[in-house]
Design a protein around this ligand. Structure first.
Ligand code: AMP
Ligand code: MG
Length: 423
């Protein structure tokens, strides 16, 4: 398991800006060391462990981009159409014979250009007459032909170490002939919920109980990352039980995530549990919803003072848990996975709402996006509250209101984080 030094997050401030928290993670969490070779078919979502230089050019040879007629551009007459005798035919997958001057070859998309030919006339633009093709004027040299290496030159960096392998990266690796790739081990993340009021879905709901949603939201968010998520159940609101559970889970995981119990109420035991088993950095994050969030490093097995497992205590309110996940857990997981940073996508929009907020903290307002005259218009969800699950299911984006903003009026420019890129 990855090991962090227990003072790696040490910092002085009481209320951390989102940016400072992200910078701290980027600077202090070491990149992982191990790597596995996995078959291409099993590489989706993994993190490339080493740079991949192209072992061959892409495309590998000079070829036609269209169905048509290949010829030498130097043979064109200038003003009028040029008549070139048809000599040869080359289909995809076949070798091409050299092209004699003053002739053209029938050619199909992906077929190699006959040596000597440099340009292709699309079949839609060709007139045929008695074993010859009439080439109209105006084609540029090299038109409709794809040089070897125009996509990737031989030896060029095709994919950098740290790149997450998605459909396009898998396709590029395949095009380069890679049957397997070196990837970083998945980050093993254990997820706890905390709270005596919580019941697991499927169990009977007692009086004063509510079903645990965060564990399932967090596991689903983790499933989009290079993670092996582990469901560790619900912890009771008792300090010793929380401490014991964290201590016993620490050794087998690269990261522990909890939600709830991280505020300052006397029924909030996660901070004390982290302190009992390691070192706490209490991150009161300058963000709404989501302010209480604790980060710590749990001592390794045997109580070693250096080396341990990071633990992130997210707030209990479901929307606050999601917002802090995106700003803390996501970059932390990406670092532990050896992935390159992936800043959240912010898209310009126009406010369709009026709003007041406190300065000094960043706020995420849940919005629906509607087409506008130029930019999409962000309409605020009717109700507020960090516990409203439907504010996420019924909206499309968070409008991100920066720290210094105190009022937003209809028509104001805002930046939004589309849920499609997050969930
Ligand atoms: P806490 O931070 O533990 O005081 O929790 C804040 C609010 O979030 C309370 O209303 C909790 O019931 C709720 N909450 C905490 N954990 C969960 C969870 N796993 N699923 C749903 N709601 C939760
Ligand atoms: Mg609680």
């Amino acid at each position: 398991m990855a090991q962090l030094s227990d003072d790696c997050f040490a910092f002085g401030g009481p209320l951390l800006s989102v940016e400072a928290a992200e910078a701290l993670i980027a600077a202090r969490v070491p990149a992982p060391a191990g790597e596995d070779m996995v078959a291409l078919g099993a590489a989706l979502g993994r993190v490339l462990a080493r740079d991949l230089p192209a072992p061959l050019p892409l495309p590998p040879f000079f070829n036609s981009a269209v169905d048509g007629y290949a010829f030498r551009h130097a043979d064109l007459m200038g003003e009028g159409p040029t008549r070139l005798v048809l000599a040869g035919r080359v289909a995809a997958g076949q070798p091409a014979a050299p092209l004699a001057p003053g002739t053209a070859a029938r050619i199909f998309t992906g077929a190699p250009m006959p040596p000597g030919a440099d340009t292709v006339l699309m079949q839609e633009d060709a007139a045929l007459a008695e074993g010859a093709v009439l080439v109209p004027p105006g084609l540029k040299p090299g038109a409709n032909a794809r040089p070897a290496g125009e996509d990737v030159a031989r030896g060029a960096l095709a994919l950098p170490a740290g790149r997450r392998l998605r459909a396009p990266e898998i396709g590029l690796a395949a095009a380069l002939g890679c049957a397997s790739l070196p990837v970083r081990p998945r980050v093993r993340v254990g997820v706890f919920s905390t709270g005596d009021e919580l019941a697991s879905p499927g169990a009977a709901l007692g009086a004063a109980q509510t079903y645990d949603s965060n564990r399932f939201t967090l596991l689903a968010l983790l499933a989009r990352l290079p993670v092996e998520p582990v469901d560790l159940g619900i912890l009771p609101d008792r300090a010793e039980a929380c401490a014991a559970a964290l201590a016993s889970a620490a050794g087998a995981h690269d990261l522990l995530l909890t939600s709830g119990g991280v505020s300052t109420g006397e029924e909030d035991h996660v901070r004390a549990a982290i302190e009992a088993g390691g070192r706490l950095v209490f991150w009161r994050l300058a963000v709404k919803p989501g302010r209480p969030a604790a980060l710590g490093v749990l001592r390794g097995a045997g109580g070693a003072s250096i080396g341990g497992t990071p633990v992130l205590g997210l707030p209990g309110n479901p929307v606050a848990a999601v917002v802090t996940f995106l700003h803390l857990a996501r970059p932390l997981v990406l670092r532990l996975a050896g992935a390159l940073p992936e800043p959240l996508l912010r898209v310009p929009a126009e406010s369709g709402f009026r709003y007041r907020k406190k300065s000094g903290r960043r706020e995420y307002v849940r919005v629906r996006l509607a087409p506008g005259a130029t930019l999409p218009v962000a309409e605020k969800f009717e109700r507020e509250g960090a516990g409203l699950l439907t504010s996420l299911t019924e909206c499309d984006a968070f409008a991100e209101l920066p720290e210094d903003v105190v009022t937003v009026a209809p028509g104001d420019p805002v930046r939004v984080l589309p849920f499609a890129a997050l969930f």
